[in-house]
Design a protein around this ligand. Structure first.
Ligand code: ZN
Length: 496
């Protein structure tokens, strides 16, 4: 058997282990009885360690080394050698003893964060956070970078992105978005969001989400939706990508919007050919591109007027008490803009401002201009400056997100990039499918799905995000599409 065959066979063995882990984790987060957790954690640990050891083995290193010199690889095979090789080198770069200590300290840090958040007590979390920052700094040195350590962290989530490039996107975005928000709040007339608040039985909300998923072509032959605490999407294997959801009784559509969001992630995963999974390329081009697919279905479809012209009858069928609401009323109700303290509750206009606060803080932490002890102050000041709101305690401020407690630095920008990518993609889609709105209104959402499959999904990780965006839209990423989209949508809603 030649090296290529051996390599592909080896990757398949790793993905079988990962597939088993994914199924066990899905069960852990949905149906496992309480008494099963302890034993399950050991099984997950065992299988994960086996997959990890295979992914850093000398055997894999040997295949990669041989294939890096081999001519005649297909586009996908060459991409596989590049992507798998990069991950291999990154993981191998960290000394095993350092990584083991990190894993121990990370679980302490996560536990401390939970307690600190519950009590709004930053001092409790501070020494753990300082440790996590210190680990990330050490890892960045091992990974290597050109300009600054933060780039090495960003690269994990958005391959090829640097902080210098991000700044050229963030700064013009902020300069326009902050005054735009102020204008909406000061001069605009807010829509009435109260009509979708009240009492909405959870089983009916579940039914509504199933209908929404069918409306966007999520295929229940290849997935399912189950209840959980925090919604997520999980790929068990090619052809089996599941989502989970949670519902809030007082809010008619919060679960529906989560279903569209997770459904968007699942459609992306399901749109990747199985052979890319087997080549280790089945994860999406980046976290940002993945997020662009979820935001597209959640916001650009799910919060659009054509969607509500289509979906109003389902909503009213499930919740007859909403029968007096028109499609226009519903469209306006799902598009209330409200600067708030909590990122996960943010609307389309304010969401990126929450991310900017985090991005600036992360940059400052890693260039040494901000000490961990000064984080709460830096956070509160930035929130006030960009969103006009100031947390009164750290639980609704700097302690609100789990990411930093687990050492995830450089992740937050993915959310913002997802918003920006999706707006730029939508502008291209509307050029190429001029009657997109009419199609969605008539129930033909397949046109949009087919477009994303053809232009994005089928490539998996073959292209880096910046190449993919250039290839598909004809331009590098620009925040102007997002700003145009926000203006065109929200100024009319706010009567401006
Ligand atoms: Zn997401």
């Amino acid at each position: 058997m030649d090296t290529l065959n051996q390599y592909e066979k080896y990757l398949r063995e790793i993905s079988k282990l990962n597939s088993a882990v994914a199924l066990l984790v899905w069960d852990q987060r949905t149906y496992i009885p309480k008494g099963g957790h302890e034993a399950r954690a050991e099984v997950v640990g065992k299988l994960s360690t086996m997959a990890f050891e295979m992914s850093v083995s000398d055997e894999l290193g040997g295949y990669l080394e041989a294939l890096e010199r081999q001519d005649g690889l297909s586009e996908a095979q060459a991409a596989s050698v590049r992507v798998v090789g990069k991950q291999y080198r990154r993981t191998k770069a960290i000394p095993a003893t350092l990584f083991e200590q990190y894993v121990i300290d990370r679980s302490r840090s996560e536990a401390a964060w939970e307690e600190a958040k519950a009590n709004g007590d930053f001092a409790l979390f501070k020494p753990h956070l300082a440790k996590m920052v210190d680990y990330a700094k050490q890892f960045a040195e091992y990974y290597g970078y050109q300009d600054c350590p933060y780039d090495a962290l960003l690269d994990e989530f958005e391959p090829g992105m640097t902080s210098r490039e991000l700044k050229t996107i963030v700064e013009p975005l902020r300069e326009k978005l902050v005054p735009l928000l102020r204008r909406l709040m000061e001069d605009g007339t807010p829509p009435d969001g109260s009509l979708i608040e009240g009492s909405f039985p959870l089983d009916r909300q579940h039914e509504l989400s199933l209908r929404a998923l069918r409306a966007i072509n999520y295929d229940f032959e290849h997935g399912r939706m189950d209840d959980t605490v925090h919604p997520f999407t999980i790929g068990i294997a090619p052809g089996d990508v599941r989502i989970t959801n949670r519902f809030i009784e007082t809010m008619a559509i919060s679960g529906l919007m989560s279903a569209l969001h997770e459904g968007g992630h699942a459609l992306y995963d399901l749109g990747m050919p199985a052979e890319l999974h087997h080549l280790g390329l089945g994860n999406g081009a980046s976290f940002g591109i993945h997020e662009s697919q979820s935001r597209m279905w959640e916001n650009m479809v799910g919060r659009s007027l054509p969607f509500w012209k289509l979906f109003r009858r389902d909503l009213v069928d499930v919740f007859p008490q909403l029968s007096s609401a028109t499609a226009e009323d519903l469209y306006r109700a799902v598009n209330v803009v409200q600067p708030s303290l909590i990122r996960v509750e943010a609307d389309e206009v304010t969401y990126n401002l929450h991310i900017m606060v985090r991005f600036e803080i992360e940059q400052a932490l890693f260039d040494g201009s901000l000490a961990v002890a000064d984080l709460p102050d830096a956070w509160n000041t930035a929130m006030e400056k960009y969103l006009g709101v100031r947390p009164s305690n750290n639980a609704e401020g700097v302690l609100q997100d789990v990411h930093w407690s687990g050492g995830m630095f450089g992740y937050f920008p993915s959310y913002m990039l997802g918003n920006l990518y999706s707006a730029q993609l939508l502008a291209t889609i509307k050029r190429e499918i001029p009657d997109l709105d009419a199609r969605i209104e008539s129930g033909d959402t397949k046109a949009l799905l087919d477009w994303t499959r053809e232009k994005i999904h089928r490539y998996g990780q073959i292209h880096e995000p910046k190449d993919l965006i250039l290839k598909v839209t004809g331009e590098s990423l620009s925040p102007s599409y997002f700003l145009d989209y926000i203006e065109a949508k929200f100024f009319p809603i706010y009567g401006l």
